[in-house]
Design a protein around this ligand. Structure first.
Ligand code: PMV
Length: 315
């Protein structure tokens, strides 16, 4: 028996870091995907294979003893085999076109595609049910995940998210062209979040006024997205970057990338935790190649991306 699923990566358009303190964020899934193939096997073992490495465990092994980035997939395989009372094991193959560890949602996309692919061996769950398993799986390695990444990877498109109200889809007629440039500096989201918390404690007033400004920016962003007003959206991306600079999550390499991208785009900012990872630029299709060329000319890794409106797909 074989089951295949694929899910997209994501970018944060607005609101990273401030979202931790209750402000809204806007996330968007992108057309870079991960594909997960699962097959049932006769041996009592779970085998995970990916371009980042392999792991095999016996079904009887307790997950508490396992320290591995593949823990979410082992969790899914074990939980679903037990839930459907199946004998034997599962082999899971992960093929990803999403760079990992740079804020593009590769972990969430893998959890969503794996939850769909593994559960698809035994039943046909709705997207909502698959999302629940994917978030549980991601929590085995990111205990405090908000679930926003998994949500946008499952349903696709653009969502607004806040801690209190969860996520809501934004209907936008736009078909944006993004340029994503990767600093190739891996970032630890937790340590950057801690750094911002430290900044907040030392600068309570400034931070609370930045949260208010970010909230206003996000109201405008929702409106511009609905109106497909790319020029205005670009300007507020750049404005959002000023706030990220203030809270100390930028660095010289990211600033240089942004400066080059801004010469030919509507606007640019860091996407995700910062201090590494990627920047995102909103570009006019006619300026896409020039933007990529300018970044490549300075040896910055970059690629173009569009919104993925499909989300999770099963085969
Ligand atoms: O892990 P990343 O790079 O996608 O960024 C996470 C976004 C933060 O707002 C910095 C943290 C969070 O939990 O929302």
């Amino acid at each position: 028996m074989k089951s295949v699923a694929s899910a997209p990566g994501k970018v944060i358009l607005f609101g990273e870091h401030f979202v931790v303190y209750g402000v809204k964020a806007i996330l968007c899934s992108i057309n870079k995907r991960v594909k997960v193939t699962s097959i049932t096997t006769e041996e009592d073992s779970i085998y995970i294979k990916s371009n980042l490495g392999n792991i095999t465990i016996s079904r009887s092994k307790s997950l508490d003893e396992i320290k591995s980035p593949f823990l979410p997939f082992l969790y899914l395989a074990k939980t679903l085999l037990d839930k459907f009372d199946k004998k034997g094991g599962i082999e899971v193959t992960i093929e990803s076109a999403i760079p990992s560890g740079v804020g593009l949602g590769s972990s969430s996309a893998c959890c969503v595609a794996a939850a769909a692919s593994i559960s698809g061996l035994f039943t046909k769950y709705s997207k909502k049910e698959i999302l629940k398993f994917a978030i549980e799986a991601e929590k085995t390695i990111f205990e405090n995940t908000s679930g926003a990444d998994c949500t946008v990877c499952t349903f696709g498109g653009i969502i607004e998210y806040d801690k209190e109200n969860g996520s809501k889809k934004i209907d936008s007629p736009s078909n944006f062209h993004f340029v994503i440039s990767n600093s190739n500096i891996p970032h630890s989201t937790n340590s950057v979040v801690d750094k911002v918390n430290h900044y907040k404690e030392k600068n309570e007033l400034v931070f609370s006024s930045l949260c208010k400004e970010e909230t206003e920016l996000i109201k405008k962003a929702v409106q511009y997205l609905k109106e497909s007003d790319l020029g205005s959206l670009g300007k507020i991306l750049t404005k959002n970057q000023e706030y990220l600079e203030k809270i100390g999550v930028s660095n010289n390499k990211l600033r240089k990338m942004i400066e080059i991208a801004n010469q030919t785009s509507y606007g640019s900012k860091i996407t995700g935790a910062g201090l590494g990872g990627c920047i995102i630029s909103l570009v006019n299709e006619a300026k896409l190649d020039q933007t990529l060329e300018n970044l490549e000319h300075k040896n910055f890794e970059c690629f173009s991306a569009k919104i993925d409106s499909k989300g999770l797909d099963t085969f």
